[in-house]
Design a protein around this ligand. Sequence first.
Ligand code: FES
Length: 177
Amino acid sequence: MFQSTKIALPSDDKRWKIVDATMRRHGYVPSSLIEALHSAQEAFGFLDETALRFVSASLHVPPSKVYGVATFYHFFTLKPPGKHTCVVCTGTACYIKGAPALLQALEKNLGIKQGETTADGEISILTARCLGSCGLAPAVVFDGQVAGKVEPAAMLERIQDVTGFREVDIVKPVTFG
Ligand code: FES
């Protein structure tokens, strides 16, 4: 009988554990490919080569097939379109602790909606369902770095610092509550 070997997680980023748990729940069967890709996209906001290869190896599905499926369905995104990405976790813990306020602040200040990129290609707002850091809720991943207990004002400042945002003025963080 076919024995599946456990594939090492690509890094110690906790989000890989979430993707792995999804595949494990489905018994690492090749037919769970779409589920696995959804899980990876929800965790990271998009599917990069590392994610595609990890899913491919874990489910014993050839990379060509994984790429084929990931590029065929419009709901999968292979690359964050913006130069910088801000992924806001909208999982339950983060939602309760203020993710909607973070999203509203971003959308209002950058003038774009989640899933969109600013006109100058500078920054994309993405969402993920759970980043595996619920103790840090609300969590945001900015350019691959997880930040916890994020306040709207601090998040906007960080964006301004990193992007040197010019075209859209970040006037004032919105306050909630
Ligand atoms: S719900 Fe946001 S990290 Fe888990």
